[in-house]
Ligand binder design. Structure first.
Ligand code: SAM
Length: 202
């Protein structure tokens, strides 16, 4: 995700990582570009506190902001103008109308030429594709305890909540196009995991 951004190593810029969790995506950008600064936004202060130790090497280069992406109102603490925005494994928590709304709001905040890069899982529209993804995943990944033992009722509810709003790739590419982005592409893909990105035209 960081490599897709149009910056040189020495560039100074500010980016937002929305739904940042413990800051995994932001750290990759902060590491690649030592003069960048990050706005780390999440609904859950607990997730952000959980990332404090991992974020410690970047002290002074990031700021936490509480932000509910379900709301169209962005907090004042997020700058009106951002050089780039990244999201990682969180857009699938939003219903489709908010995916579309958020992409448009990100577009409005980006400087001309600014990029939005989104890493997330997508749903399949074709059951044959879905079965192929599942087959390959089963073969590629080391079985976890969850795979060996069936989910408990609570785990199943949590899983269903996780996948409820997952949307097909084509629909999300269309939301980017409708927001006004150019340079839209699936820049990376592995089964159901994708990196989508687009640029606010210069
Ligand atoms: C699976 S975690 C991913 C965290 C991080 N981006 C990463 O890649 O490791 C999903 C994150 O999205 C956040 N999230 C879910 N719904 C949200 C919302 N409506 N507004 C802001 N953050 C939200 C959760 O709190 C959580 O931190």
């Amino acid at each position: 995700m960081g490599e897709l951004l149009p910056f040189d190593e020495g560039d100074t810029f500010t980016f937002a990582d929305l739904g940042t969790g413990t800051g995994a995506a932001a750290r990759t950008v902060l590491e690649l570009y030592p003069r960048s600064t990050a706005i780390l936004a999440d609904l859950s202060p607990r997730m952000m506190v959980g990332g404090a130790a991992q974020m410690q090497p970047f002290a002074g280069r990031f700021e936490y902001v509480t932000f509910d992406m379900q709301a169209a109102e962005w907090p004042n603490a997020i700058p009106m103008v951002l050089d780039a925005v990244v999201t990682s494994m969180c857009i699938h928590h939003l219903p489709d109308h908010r995916k579309r709304g958020l992409f448009a709001e990100i577009f409005e905040r980006l400087v001309p030429g600014g990029w939005y890069v989104n890493y997330d899982s997508v749903s399949a529209v074709d059951p044959v594709v879905e079965a192929a993804w599942a087959r390959a995943s089963d073969r590629l990944e080391t079985p976890t305890a969850r795979d060996v033992h069936p989910r408990t009722a609570l785990e199943q509810a949590s899983h269903e909540d996780h996948v409820r709003h997952m949307a097909p790739l084509a629909r999300q590419l269309e939301y980017l196009r409708l927001a006004g982005f150019d340079g839209i592409d699936v820049y990376w893909k592995r089964l159901d995991d994708v990196i989508l990105a687009g640029r606010r035209p210069s």
